[in-house]
Design a protein around this ligand. Structure first.
Ligand code: NI
Length: 381
């Protein structure tokens, strides 16, 4: 059973905010109206807004009346380029924009938590930094926040993601590896195109591409420790335009998912070597490009245990989650301070990033009291 110990009125406000954010989704780095609304709510509750050099996103602070630690709570605020088909009465008012990853839930949760914490500000030993982070979906937002220096002096950071597979209100935690590092790569083969009937007069980049696709799949199975999870997926191919011409170039694009830093580096090196080796045997040339994404989310053991203990004290149901090969840029914060990223169930029949995804707002009855309790227990600790 979940408890909703918040004062009467907040539930209504929380729902109204959630529905407003759900109706007005904005894509990464264009979260202007979202930013305005967050600021307006904070101002209405006399919560200090800190300066932020970024165009979108909000930093705010509560506490500091009594000495103590500084901890951070992070919510992401961006939506996805998806046409909503959830059937909700408060569906997106914009075509091809939808809060299909629950970031509207995350940011409403943080706002409601802030309102509750502001009421008990005088009793808090220490302070809380609130981070409303833009652009999680394109992997640059957390990096941008870190680069502002706002995390200087922060001792620990907590972040939440909705989980459609967990029943509403169930808390999911995991120590250590939680979300994989997300990288992207491109391989281009260049050769001398020729008549399809006379392959001997030129090169065949299509054959090289086919060999590369198969050989790249041996990297995880032959070069990586089987106990170290990793994925190589090739997702995009472009070459040729017709049936009787061997083309000059062929492009491949794909993604690598990994947890271990050395494995991440090894897969990158092997992909490059496999591409240049296959190019050499086919007498063509290859180009390799690697784009670093967010590193792996690795949850701090002490903080994860702390979340579990606080959730159990509040009589919430807690489950231990499996790691996921999906990415999350919460990891950027964990590169500089200890943090833990956990889940709250929102009982959706459809996964996140689905046009039919629905987050059950009843999950606020868990997430808000849990966030408030985390802050109180940590600062009392
Ligand atoms: Ni998300």
């Amino acid at each position: 059973m979940t408890q909703y110990e918040l004062e009467s009125g907040i539930e209504k406000l929380t729902l109204a905010l959630f529905q407003w954010f759900h109706r007005h989704p904005e894509l990464a780095l264009s979260e202007f109206e979202t930013t305005k609304k967050i600021k307006a709510v904070l101002q209405e509750h006399n919560i200090d807004i800190l300066s932020n050099p970024m165009d979108t996103g909000v930093f705010a602070k509560i506490g500091g009346k009594k000495p103590g630690s500084l901890i951070a709570l992070r919510a992401d605020i961006d939506a996805l380029p998806i046409n909503e088909e959830s059937g909700l009465p408060y569906s997106s008012e914009h075509s091809n924009r939808m809060h299909a990853c629950g970031h509207d839930f995350h940011l409403t949760n943080l706002l409601a938590t802030a309102i509750e914490l502001k009421k008990i500000e005088d009793q808090l030993n220490g302070s809380i930094l609130l981070i409303f982070q833009p652009a999680e979906e394109v992997d640059h937002g957390a990096d941008r926040v870190v680069n502002t220096g706002i995390l200087n002096g922060v001792e620990a950071i907590f972040g939440l993601h909705v989980n459609p597979e967990l029943p509403t209100g169930v808390v999911g935690v995991k120590t250590g590896n939680f979300n994989a590092a997300v990288d992207r790569f491109f391989v281009t083969f260049h050769g001398k195109g020729t008549h399809a009937a006379h392959p001997e007069s030129g090169d065949d980049v299509i054959v090289a591409t086919g060999e590369f696709i198969v050989a790249a799949q041996t990297i995880v199975s032959r070069n990586v420790n089987p106990f170290d999870p990793s994925v190589v997926s090739i997702t995009h191919l472009e070459s040729g335009k017709t049936w009787n011409v061997l083309p000059n170039t062929s492009l491949l694009e794909g993604t690598v998912r990994s947890f271990d830093k050395k494995t991440r580096e090894k897969i990158k090196t092997r992909l490059q070597k496999v591409a240049s080796g296959i190019a050499a045997t086919n007498e063509v040339t290859s180009e390799f490009q690697w784009v670093d994404g967010a590193p792996a989310v690795v949850n701090d053991q002490r903080l994860t245990k702390f979340v579990e203990t606080v959730a159990l004290k509040k009589h919430f149901d807690v489950v231990h989650l499996e790691a996921s090969m999906g990415g999350e840029d919460f990891s950027c914060y964990q590169q500089i301070i200890p943090g833990t990223f956990f889940n709250v169930g929102v009982g959706s029949a459809y996964p996140v990033h689905s046009s039919k995804f629905k987050a059950d707002p009843k999950a606020f009855e868990t997430s808000i009291p849990l966030f408030v309790a985390l802050v109180k227990s940590y600062l009392e600790g």
